[in-house]
Design a protein around this ligand. Sequence first.
Ligand SMILES: Cc1ncc(COP(=O)(O)O)c(C=O)c1O
Length: 487
Amino acid sequence: MNDNEHTKIKFFSGEKIPLEMHKARMVQRIDLLPIEERLNAIDMAGYNTFLLANKDVFLDMLTDSGVNAMSERQYAAMMMADDSYAGSETFFRLSAVLGDIFETRHFLPAHQGRACENIIANIFVRPGSFAIMNYHFTTTKAHIVRLGGSVVEVVYDEALSAESDRDFKGNFDMNKLETAVGEVGIGNVAFVRIEAGTNLIGGQPVSLSNMIEVSNFCRDRGIPLIFDASLLADNLFFIKTREAEYASWSLADIVKKMASLMDIIYFSGRKLGCARGGGIMTSNDEYFNRMRPLIPLYEGFLTYGGMSVREMEAMAVGIRETLDIHIISQTPLFVEALGKLLLEKAVPIVRPFGGLGCHVDASRFVDHIPQEQYPAGALAAAIYLIGGIRGMERGTLSEQRNWDGSEHLSAMELVRLAVPKRVFTLSHMKFVADRVGWLYKNRDLIGGLEFEEEPDTLRFFLGKLRPIGDWPKKLAAKFISHMPSGM
Ligand SMILES: Cc1ncc(COP(=O)(O)O)c(C=O)c1O
């Protein structure tokens, strides 16, 4: 198949909308509760969308993790799984696929992405060492900090401005990288990490030419280079469609080139591969031998690493399908479609359109809420309240407090409306834009949040909050006055 095929089908009207190159053959019923019940549900959940029960959610846009629609080939492969504790054929099949795609010699299975981060951090991070990266992910940073290390971020300043249209906002600023290594001292650098598709700053990609520069920099200095490929699919689509130099390359060749630049590659199979699990690949024997004993300790035996063999079979097929432009285009094209609908309603979102989801800029949407009152958390709760739409806070709530207990104010205050692959339709996107557009007009009614129960680590997962004042009730009353059905 020609990788550029997806751009060839056009509408006579000139309208650009995502055309699904698949059809739905199994579906799940969803319900939209009336707003009184949604108010009760978000209140019970401590205004934390992670704590909502899925039955109370209409459109689950929390994440794409483990919730992408799988292909018929993935389901078929699950039937072929070889269920054995040790030496499973499934492991060898998955290893062979990964070796073929990434041209790496070793594969270590793990139960999900953060498990890989735990193992990698255990090998490289020491008290006082520094992990330098384009941008952190929550669990990545938590493992590094737990071991006494620190994270240094070196994206361009514009990457943290939702309004900047700069392409490849996930790129490393090479001057900042050089300065960071100089400041911390090369001996204190645990590793450099490139995160494909930068989760916390709007799903913004890294260009292949930037990866080459970072790799050359690290190889010249003997610094291990680690690649978080969890969001590789979206990033790959953007390299293919936005980086002119590689437009004629096949997706397979782009992946091989990328992989050749890295010392260690890891991924969340919940994202990459549309299944549930994870893994680490390397061709470096020393790193492999150091990480290997930790797999049976933390994950499971070396040939399953905490995963179900059925998921491993689905993952092998899913990762191969990452080389199909019709599959990897789905999230970026739907993010763009939703983004355009939101922009028509003047809703502030992160530009340019990225992968993973549409990112609403809470610092402009609710600019009357101070960061200490979690504007993105409040907006996520309000979006659920008015639309039954579950997004995820990606702002100060998702940060850990500083050592002295003070708030670590996030560089961006975002609400991510994730677009898992092949799950939603254009009419769902229109519904989201309709409700978020209404909310934007009534944004003055949204107030802040404060903690009721605040966990020490990764507080955004389990923390419970309460509204400052009775704004949720007032917002619900206004909604009913405009939409008497409450739906
Ligand atoms: C970039 C990135 N790295 C690591 C992870 C952690 O993966 P998992 O959720 O499978 O533990 C995620 C999950 O969202 C991610 O987006």
